[in-house]
Design a protein. Structure first.
Length: 160
């Protein structure tokens, strides 16, 4: 069964005890159902499957909406080719390609059908000027654009 949502490298500790370390989990596509006030879905890790019944105070939706942020890349060609070849997840509502060397709307306009379900395309601090970004208005999603210097590389170090 295909994955609706996938998380890789998940780690979590509670009071100094590591509960999960570098796990990869998926929510199986088609597994989300509402039963009364509960939402049931299946999480899979490798060959293990876990049926989950969520009944918290804030009910989960019947589907997951996804946000995808792919920022700070210098050469957009291979990324855009990969997106074209693989497509975008059907649950994706926001695609963030900020701080990149994207400088033209040509690829986006040639692949307009990919953006059918997306609500927001974020292009902050990209090499594309404001006039070129105006052409993206025909795609459908809200366009968030600011022209800038393009790719910035950041190194983040953190601890729990």
């Amino acid at each position: 069964m295909s994955a609706l949502l996938e998380a890789r490298g998940v780690s979590k500790a509670f009071a100094g005890v590591r509960a999960v370390d570098d796990a990869s989990l998926t929510v199986e596509s088609g597994s989300i159902t509402r039963v009364g006030s509960e939402v049931h879905f299946v999480i899979q890790q490798e060959k293990n499957r876990l049926k989950v019944a969520y009944h918290g105070s804030d009910p989960l939706p019947d589907t997951f909406e996804a946000l995808l942020s792919l920022t700070s890349f210098g050469s957009p060609d291979s990324l855009l080719e990969t997106l074209q070849a693989t497509g975008l997840p059907p649950t994706l509502v926001e695609l963030d390609l900020s701080e990149s060397a994207i400088d033209s709307p040509t690829w986006f306009l040639a692949n307009k059908a990919m953006f059918h379900g997306i609500k927001r395309l974020v292009l902050r601090d990209v090499s594309m000027d404001a006039d070129a970004a105006k052409a993206l208005a025909t795609l459908g999603p809200e366009i968030v654009h600011t022209a800038g210097g393009g790719a910035k590389y950041r190194y983040v170090v953190g601890s729990e």
